[in-house]
Design a protein. Sequence first.
Length: 459
Amino acid sequence: MENSIIWPGNSLTPSVNRALLRGVSLRIGTADSPPFTLVQNVTDDNGQSTIQYTGYAIDLLQLLMDQLGFSATLLLKPSDQTYNEFVQGVSEGVYDIIIADVTVTSPRREIVGFSSPIYDNSLRTVVRQANDPGIDLLAFLKPFSRRLWVLVLGTCIYASILIFLIERRKNEDLQNRSITSQLIMSIWYCFGNMVGYGVEFDARTAGGRLLTAGLYILSLIIVASYTANLASDLTIAKSQFVISGINDIKNGKLPINRVGIYVGSAMESYIKSVMPAGSQNYYSVHSFKALYDSLLAGIIDVFLIDEGLAEYAINNIYCNLTVVGDGFAESSYAIVTRKEWLYTPDLDVSILSLRESGKIDGLKQKWLQTRTCSDSTPTSTSLDIEALSGLFVIFVVITALSLLLFLWTERRNIKKYLLQFICKKDSLAEGRHSTTRNSNRNYEHEQSLETISEVIHNF
């Protein structure tokens, strides 16, 4: 007893200056909103149907009941009721508390109280995954506009004419050729220098060398610009979404009527606070399922939703949807109570205890970090065939033209070879025919001798 501490009131245990929930029976409201609350109708062996509640909020409720010793009667939010009306039910005495995916907002704080946070939340933008745009055979031409490609081609022809005029009399490689051949060689010279290939002859005059230097400078900038733009276009094409985040909605990149908002939710409060009064004609829905269905049907292009709800849905249910951009409008979920509720301190102490023990983190890992959808969009920096398919098609066309050009230039030799082959084939056929005729004659002669011999023998 010498080492015992005597607390006020001559008690050996510290006094608790708060009302305790032990033995109290509570009417607790919750909402069908996976993964925080999942509602299922379960039929037992006797055919009796009962409602089964599971999820993050239900597991948290069970931990609080075990720790604080109160009992609970669960009441499910009507499907046609908004979250603001749901929260108002506490102030009207419909529920004692609410444990669900309810965000703490300033308008709600004016009518109800909140416990310590039970989940750290933010809003996310959800869109459809980018569809495959198909094969674009001319995708490699998109880094430059059509006008710029025409200018590059015109510059090559213009430089070719200058090389023809400047070099044709002084350059030995161009002498003793027809004008057509000289022009073709000049075009080949400019094209080879512009693409960095090089050619078989060099400029011999001062003017030709200066023009060649100009071609080098021009081609250096053109090739570098083309390479940079091509890399950028191919990278963007691999992950093309309607928007990149909430800022695109704020800046009007997407019509506001293509944005889905759950009426009476924290998402609606946020969009009203950031958008001008005349730009709030968003697409209104009255359930989370309606948000997903509208997006999949193409009625809307994006919707706002709480991070936890979004991650669970796109990882386990709606595998062809995804989130874009970073989280925004950070907030928290909390248990809804009446204002200045008698048992709020006892509830807060228990929630803080569960946080410190890591049990709330365990609930997050159990319900929010699961994934059943396959990862259909793995991160990759490699290009696929479709990106440059048109380039290979053009190469096939060039090879076909090269083959035709070869056949045309060698047409006399090919014709001579074909004639020799046909003559040789005819000679072989005639030789085989002559051999066959001789064989037939010998056979007929032998048959005649046999016949004469048989007649003499019979005689």
